[in-house]
Design a binder for this molecule. Structure first.
Ligand SMILES: *Cc1c(COP(=O)(O)O)cnc(C)c1O
Length: 406
């Protein structure tokens, strides 16, 4: 590899060059049949993605955000209710909650995994909520709102700790909608069933995004809901298509939230490659672990519990002076990203929720320390060695500077 070549955070061009012939033929088929919305390409992809995710249903929609919104609405989340999620996620997780008329609330994350802390969820349900006497429904003490759903996010492609979350949901009668937008194909070892399960098959429903940079990405916007519940799948089908059960017969008000046929065709071709791409991502992560291990404890590395099979949408390290390291890497043409620099509870958009700094310390700390290194299937070891050298260089200089001033 040419050492002067830039290393982007994500490189989509390589896979598109490899698949160009097949991808162009999808477009040609769509042109010839003028079947742009719905039709066999969408149905075939839905069938294949349901199989991949080990669910009985998959419904293609316009984006991951649509998928979250439709999944929440279809599983019965109603206006005025409270939905619990985490704060260190992409804003779409909370937007979807607000857009069905519900209110997002947060629990903190595990400081190591950055995923929802089941202990934090338990404390929230025990201390901040109380069962309503008449209905047995859970009520949030401070606001008097019903708490009806929980949305764990499988952040960075690592599964959230689902067994205790599902148990709590069962105990408190909550719906679980997985935000699997970063975790296509990730595995979770279900202790209660003693077997590996795919994320997206664990809650009542799950949302996937096929935004171009995701592990499975369209050439545009796309998303899907997976579920084992036929009624939920049918409600999502109706919601994505203006509430229609047949043309111009509207059971309810819905949305323009369909998956278009060209994207479905493209996704179907790419889905065949996804298991190999995910395996390559795991190999990239394994090499990072090996290369970066000598830098412990100056940086923190991701760790994978034995019940998790991550798909490394992102490989995320932790470091003090994170912004300076990002700038140092950028100087060398290395694209590192921050997912995410401001937790949702401190975003201007959510000022009205009334949270303060200090409310979710683990999420806040992650916002200050996380740095996503370049991660894509084609990233090679020479590129990774270059990244290692740059990071090592930065840490040495920092330690030297500290010695001089300290
Ligand atoms: C990408 C993403 C979404 C939204 O998906 P879009 O397809 O961009 O609408 C939601 N949640 C998480 C965690 C994501 O990473």
């Amino acid at each position: 590899m040419n050492p002067n070549r830039r290393i982007p955070l994500v490189d989509l061009v390589a896979q598109h060059q490899e698949l160009e012939g097949e991808l162009v033929s999808v477009f040609k088929t769509a042109l010839q049949t003028a079947g742009f919305i719905g039709g066999p390409m969408v149905e075939e992809f839905e069938r294949d993605f349901a199989q991949f995710s080990e669910t009985s249903h998959c419904v293609g929609v316009g984006s991951g955000t649509d998928a979250l919104r439709f999944a929440l609405q279809a599983t019965g989340v109603a206006p005025g209710e409270m939905v619990v999620t985490v704060s260190n996620t992409f804003i779409a997780t909370a937007e979807a909650i607000s857009q069905v008329g519900a209110h997002p609330d947060f629990v903190d994350v595990d400081p190591l995994s950055c995923n929802m802390d089941p202990g934090g969820l338990e404390k929230y349900l025990q201390n901040q909520c109380i069962p309503e006497r008449a209905s047995g429904k859970l009520i949030h003490r401070r606001t008097g709102r019903r708490v009806t759903a929980v949305v764990p996010v499988h952040l960075y492609g690592q599964p959230a700790e689902m067994d205790p979350i599902l148990e709590l949901a069962d105990q408190y009668n909550l719906v679980v909608v997985e935000d699997a937008c970063q975790a296509h194909g990730a595995g979770y070892f279900s202790g209660s069933e003693s077997r590996w399960r795919k994320v997206g098959s664990l809650g009542r429903a799950a949302a996937f995004s096929f935004y171009p940079g995701k592990n499975l990405g369209a050439c545009g916007e796309a998303g899907a809901v997976t579920t084992n519940d036929a009624d939920v799948a049918q409600r999502v089908r109706i919601l994505r298509d203006h509430g229609q059960t047949r043309k111009y017969h509207h059971k309810t008000e819905g949305y323009n939230g369909r998956l278009d046929a060209i994207q479905a065709g493209i996704l179907r071709i790419k889905l065949k490659r996804l298991p190999a791409w995910n395996a390559q991502r795991r190999e990239v992560a394994r090499r990072y672990q090996e290369l970066l291990a000598p830098l412990l404890p100056s940086i923190g590395l991701p760790s994978e519990p034995e019940w998790a099979h991550g798909v490394y949408h992102l490989y995320v390290i932790r470091v003090q002076n994170r912004d300076a390291l990002q700038a140092h890497l950028a100087e060398a043409g290395i694209g590192a990203g921050i997912h995410y620099p401001v937790p949702l509870h401190l975003q201007e958009a959510y000022r009205h929720l009334g949270f303060q700094k200090g409310d979710f310390p683990a999420a806040e700390r992650s916002a200050d320390e996380v740095l996503s290194l370049p991660t894509y299937p084609e990233l090679d070891i020479e590129q990774q060695r270059l990244i290692l050298r740059r990071i090592r260089d930065f840490l040495c200089r920092r330690e030297f500077a500290e010695e001089m001033t300290g």
